[in-house]
Structures are given as C-alpha cells and as structure tokens.
Design a protein around this ligand. Structure first.
Ligand code: ATP
Ligand code: MG
Length: 504
C-alpha cells in the first residue's frame, strides 16, 4: 500500500466527494472531487513536461485555490513541493533555486522575466505561471491535460515537501519532510484538536510556511472538513466569515488585530469551537484579553519547520498563558543540559525532540544535520525552555538569543515578561550586544502604549525591583513597533545589528 500522504487523505475522507473542500471569500466553491481533478490535471501537465518523482517543484505564487491544488498535485505525483515566501526578493529566490535545484519554478505572471533569468543561471528549470485568479501557463497546461494520472506509490520515507526555515537566526535551511513526517503530525493534530468532517476552518494564513500549509490544511484534509480560503489576513473579511466558521488558526499578530475593535466579541465567535496560535510567542496579555472578550481560551502550540508541531495546550484542561503545553501524542520532548542529559523539573535547558514527525535532515547540509541531532537521536530545536511539575512546557527563548553577560545567562523572555507587566508597556524585546567589560550587555527595546508610558528610568527601576542586577537592561529604547517578519516573528538579529555599537 502506498504510504503517501495523499493516499492517507483519500482514505480518510468519508464517502461523498462532492463535499465542499474550499469556499473562497467571494463565493466560489470547490468540492473534494473538483480539487482532485484539478490536482490530477496539474500532475499530468507537469509530468508531461518531464517532472518526475522526487523532483522539486519550487513555487512562489500568491494564495489561491489553485495554489493548494498544486500542492495536492505534488503529493499525489510524488513531486517535492517547495513553497517560497512571497516576500522573497530575486536574490533570495536565486539562492533557494541554486540550492534546491528544482525541475520547475511556478511563479506569479508578473515575475516571469526575473524567474527566467534566475532559471537560466541554474540549469534551466522550466518556468510556469499561476495567477491569483487561477490563470497562467500552468493553468493552461493543466486545462489541456487529460484528467488521468495515477497516484504515485510513495514510501513513508520519500520526500513530500521541502520547506525552508524562516531565516530568523541565519540563512534559511531546507528541511526535508517526508510523507511519513507529515502524515504522523497531521494525524496527531486532528486527534488532539478534534477535527471532524463538520468543521469549517477559516484560513487566513499564508501557505508558504508550515503553519498555513501543513497545520491548517492537514487538519482539514485528514478530517474531510472544509475551509473558507481567504487570500490573507484582512480583519474585516475575517469578521465577515467568522460566524460560519468553527476553527481559526493565527499568528499572535492576528489576535492582536482582531482585538483592536469591539466588534470582535462573543457574538462574532458564536459558532467557533477552537482558536489556535503559534509561530511566535503569544503574549499572556493577549491571551487574557481574548478570553475576557470572547469567552474562548486561545490554544497556543509550538512547532517548527523541521519537526511540525511539537507541543500544544490541552483541548480539555487548562490552556495556560505563556505556556506551549504538552507534547502531541507521537512526539517526545525533553529539556536537556549541555551533555544532552535530561534536566530536573523546572530547570532551564535545551528543548530536544524525537518522533516520526522529525525531518529527514537539512537539504545538502549533512554537517549541520549531524550537529543538530544528539548521539541518541534527538533533534536539537535551538529553543530553550523548562517543563514544570505539571508537565507544561515554557519556552524562554532561542539559544541564539540568550544573553551572556559577565558570565551569567540572561533569558530574554524573563526580562521581557517583567517589562511587559508594567502599565503603559505594550511589548518589549530584550537583546544582548557586545560590551567591552561584560562580553554582552543587556538592552531592551520597548513599544510604549499611547498613554501613560513609563520612561527609561522607570523601566530600569521596575526591573531592578524584580530582577537580579545583571538581568536589568543597561539601556532602554522606545520604538513604535518591533520589527517582525510575515509570520510575526520578532527579528532580534536586526535589533542586535541596529544597536551593535551601543557599548563600544
Ligand atoms: P531559522 O530556523 O531559519 O532561524 P525559524 O526558527 O524562525 O528560522 P521556523 O521553523 O519558521 O523558522 O520557526 C520555528 C521557531 O518558531 C521555533 O523554533 C520557535 O523558536 C518559534 N516558535 C514557534 N511557535 C512558538 C510559540 N508558540 N512560542 C514561542 N516560539 C515559537
Ligand atoms: Mg529554526
């Protein structure tokens, strides 16, 4: 039997394939059967142009139903789907194309000249286009292709997708994800979050990242559910469709924006059963404001490109602000010391994980892959955290963001929490930059509220009251907003660069 993710999805969709898979914001609707036919035609069109099992299909297109069908086409045909951030500029695409060596690039029609230039530099992959309205040369080729293409046999270990990490801590790395990885994680989520064929997911995330592509779509596709497919996050559009939805997934920024107007309230969420958050830490304050306004506790979960979802707050039971909850059923999580030995309850250490969800390795980076796995087969997430006596995981930051000042470790999250508690502070980012005496010096970048914002001295005094001296920022800077990428991740590397010379 094929172990392809597509075969699994098909086996789990109850009888009637005329059920709706996708509805678009403007009233369009696509059944499971229609999506399959579209996927078969696309697979056939690509195969007829020489794309074979295991070949990478690099995709930089805006979100559309057809973009999802292209993903399904790849899964069905054994092609390796490689989505690229739509914000990537030609230099970044050039790097990924040179690195991944795709057989075909699917791009926006407006970018075709640039892509052909890039393709010409790298062994000449075929360039096809796909527009948001479903037109383009790929669509034309699919239209002309007969709707027959067999489902390609795939083993659990065959690659299904290659996603590049967000590049928060360095150059993006290609994570090789297998059919088995995606299937295991998808099933874990469906079970943990109780997805059924009756669910309607309101989908407003981008689909070039694991969150929108895997977490959201697999919950739907493995449950035979449906989704309302929005091109992106638009507050008014989300509010318009929310009354018909049962589930919503967002990055923390989505929730902050929803809470910005009183029209987001209990009534707007009447049909909803689940809100999840991830990709970046959800502020406890957002979590609490959300509960007060809607009566729903956001379920925060934690994962990464290389591993899919690792932990989540419970469906039943307490969803704790500031915690990312418990491991999903097939995932093992441990917090370890420098010798890769598990630490005791509440001690801070490296978060390491193991399970069928963990990627095969980094594409063409065997040394990096070897470095990131322990001798006993655990993957080093690069995140630092602790597990409390009830088993809840708390992330305290990334190992690369840890500040070492005068020989002491400072976990940015701890300092940020203290600063954020101060009235008049919206949020903060604590970083370390080179310091002639201490190695690194701590500084805070703070987003003040419109009214009653504390000044630098007040923030430092508050920190001194609640934190050891070495953890207290030596300087505080104020900004209107923190630099974030499209997934809401704070770009600390950028902040470190800006303030690099502060203590010199
Ligand atoms: P790169 O690996 O290229 O530096 P990245 O780690 O940001 O980039 P992703 O795989 O998109 O790339 O993000 C995974 C990371 O996001 C996790 O390692 C973790 O640091 C962070 N993250 C995800 N969910 C949460 C969460 N709920 N709370 C805190 N951090 C989270
Ligand atoms: Mg990472």
């Amino acid at each position: 039997m094929s172990e392809s993710l597509y075969a699994l999805m098909e086996s789990r969709i109850p009888g009637d394939r005329s059920r709706v898979l996708l509805e678009t914001g403007d009233g369009g609707s696509y059944s499971y059967a229609q999506a399959e036919t579209a996927a078969i035609r696309m697979a056939r069109a690509l195969a007829d142009r020489g794309v074979a099992k295991g070949d990478r299909v690099a995709v930089q297109v805006d979100k559309s139903p057809e973009a999802l069908f292209l993903y399904l086409a790849c899964l069905r045909a054994g092609f390796v789907f490689l989505p690229m951030n739509t914000a990537y500029r030609p230099d970044e695409v050039d790097y990924l194309v040179g690195n991944a060596e795709p057989s075909v690039i699917v791009c926006r029609p407006a970018d075709v000249a640039i892509m052909e230039g890039i393709a010409a530099k790298h062994d000449g992959p075929l360039v096809l286009t796909l527009d948001t309205d479903g037109t383009g040369t790929l669509a034309e080729a699919a239209e002309e292709a007969p709707a027959d293409f067999p489902m390609v046999e795939c083993a659990a270990d065959d690659l299904a997708a290659m996603l590049y990490t967000s590049g928060t801590t360095g150059k993006p790395k290609g994570a090789m994800l297998t059919h088995g990885n995606l299937a295991a994680n998808g099933l874990d989520l469906v079970e943990s979050w109780r997805f059924t064929a009756d669910d309607v997911l309101l989908h407003a995330l981008p689909i070039f990242h694991a969150h929108g592509l895997f977490v959201a779509c697999h919950c739907v596709l493995l449950a035979g559910a449906s989704m309302i497919w929005l091109p992106g996050f638009d507050r008014a559009e989300v509010l318009r469709h929310l009354p018909r939805a049962t589930a919503f997934m967002g990055v923390p920024t989505f929730y902050v924006r929803l809470l910005a107007g009183e029209d987001f309230n209990r009534e707007a969420c009447a049909a909803m059963r689940l809100f999840t958050a991830g990709s970046a830490p959800l502020l406890a304050e957002t979590h609490e404001a959300f509960s007060a306004r809607t009566g729903h506790a956001i379920l925060e979960r934690y994962g990464m490109t290389e591993t899919g979802m690792l932990t989540g707050n419970p469906y039943d039971g307490e969803r704790r602000p500031g915690s990312v909850g418990f491991p999903f059923p097939q995932v093992e999580v441990r917090v370890a010391d420098e010798q890769d030995q598990p630490v005791v309850t509440d001690a801070i250490g490296d978060i390491q994980v193991r399970g069928p969800n963990v990627m095969k390795g980094y594409w063409r980076l065997p040394e990096k892959t070897a470095e990131d796995f322990t001798a006993d087969g655990w993957f080093r997430t690069g995140d630092v955290g602790r597990i409390d006596e009830r088993g809840y995981l708390f992330i305290v930051g990334r190992a690369k963001d840890l500040v070492i000042t005068g020989g002491y470790n400072v976990y940015p999250k701890e300092v940020e929490s203290v600063i954020d508690d101060l009235p008049g502070v919206v949020e903060s980012a604590v970083i370390g930059v080179r310091h002639p005496d201490f190695g690194e010096g701590v500084l805070a970048v703070v987003v003040p509220a419109a009214e009653d914002a504390p000044d630098e001295a007040a923030i430092m005094a508050h920190c001194k009251e609640h934190l050891a001296n070495y953890k207290t920022p030596k300087r505080v800077f104020f900004v209107e907003e923190l630099p974030r990428n499209t997934m809401g991740k704070v770009q600390k590397a950028q902040l470190r660069e800006q303030h690099a010379d502060l203590f010199k």
